[in-house]
Design a protein around this ligand. Sequence first.
Ligand SMILES: NC(=O)c1ccc[n+]([C@@H]2O[C@H](COP(=O)([O-])OP(=O)(O)OC[C@H]3O[C@@H](n4cnc5c(N)ncnc54)[C@H](OP(=O)(O)O)[C@@H]3O)[C@@H](O)[C@H]2O)c1
Length: 334
Amino acid sequence: MRVGIVGVSGYTGLELIKLIINHPIFKLTYLATSSGDMQIEDLHLALKDVICMDVKKANVEDVKANCDVVFLALPHKTAMSFAKYLWDSDIKVVDLSADYRLELETYEKHYCEHEDRENANNGVYGLIEHYREDIKKAKLVASPGCYPTATLLGILPFVPHIDTNMPLIVDAKSGVSGAGKSCTDTTHFVNINDNIFAYNPLIHRHAPEIAEKINELHSKKMNVHFVPHLVPMTRGELVSIYATLKDDIDPISLLKEYYKNDEFIRIREKPVDTKSVSGTHFCDIFATREGNMLFISSAIDNLLRGASSQSLAAANLMCGLDESLGLPKIAYVP
Ligand SMILES: NC(=O)c1ccc[n+]([C@@H]2O[C@H](COP(=O)([O-])OP(=O)(O)OC[C@H]3O[C@@H](n4cnc5c(N)ncnc54)[C@H](OP(=O)(O)O)[C@@H]3O)[C@@H](O)[C@H]2O)c1
C-alpha cells in the first residue's frame, strides 16, 4: 500500500519514516514539508544510506495521486487545511494534530475556529485499545494527544470504580520533543537543562480532551485538573493520576483483567519509568491504593505511543491489517 507523510521534517514525521521503512505492507511513496525540494537524507542525516527519496513541497493533489494512506504530521490548523480536501477521496487519513480529536465546540473553545466544520466531528479518536472497532471502519483517524494517551489508558479502566464527583488530578512530565522541533525560550537548552517546571497549569488544552473522552466512553463528566511539567529528557512521558475510589477493588488485578488481550499495555507491579518504554509502542501502567486514594502511574514514549506508533497502529487497523505490524517493542535501554 502506498503511504505518504506530510511533515517529514518534524519529530513525529521522522518517527513515522523510521517505522514505515520496516513495515511489511506499507511502502513510502510520498514525503513532504512546507518547502520540499530536497532529499530526505539531507533533511535527516540519520537516514543517510538508509533511504533515498525526494521530499516534495506539500500539495493535496500530489497526496491524492501518490497515496492510499496519508499521515498528517502537521501542526493543528495546517492539518485540517489538507484533510478537508481528502474526505471525498478513497485515501485513508491519520491526523496527528488536534484538528479532529474534539467535539467542534470544545475544539473552537480551546484551539481556533475550525476550517472544516462539517467534518469536524467525523474523525474517529485513535486511542487504539478503546476505539479499535470504530478505527477499523474510519476514513480519518484523529490520533490522540500524548498526555491524553498516557492518562486515558491509565484511568479509563477505573472510571466505573471511582467517585466521579471528586476531582481527577493528573500530574504529568514530558521530554522536550513533545513540543516539536521549533526552539523556544522554554525549550532552549540553557532553560531546560538541569531544570524542571510546570507549564500551563490547570489550563492546558489536553485537559478538555481527557474529560471529553471519559464522558464519551463512560457518560461521566469529571473535573480534570491537569498540570504538565517539562523535564530535561529528549523523549518519554510519565503521568501520575490521583482519584478517589468508591469500590473496594484491587488495582493491579483490575488492570490485568481489563487489558488481558492488549499486547502493548504492560501492567507492572512497581511504579513505571520512561526508559523502559522509550523507543517502543508500549504503555506501562502501575496502580496502587491507600484507603480510598487511588494512584495510577503510566509511562509512554511521547513520539511513539503518544504519536507516531499509535498512528501506525490506527493505519494498520484502517487497512484491515494486523494491528501490531511494524510496531516497535525493544526499548532504548540502557
Ligand atoms: N511531538 C510530540 O510528542 C507529539 C505527540 C502527539 C502529537 N503531536 C502532534 O503531531 C503534530 C506534529 O508534531 P511534531 O512534534 O512532529 O511537530 P514539528 O516537529 O514541529 O514538525 C511539524 C512539521 O509540520 C510541517 N509543516 C508545518 N507547516 C506546514 C505546511 N504548511 N505544509 C507542509 N508542512 C508543514 C513542518 O515542515 P517545515 O519544516 O517545512 O516547516 C514539520 O515537518 C502536531 O500537531 C503535534 O501537536 C506531537
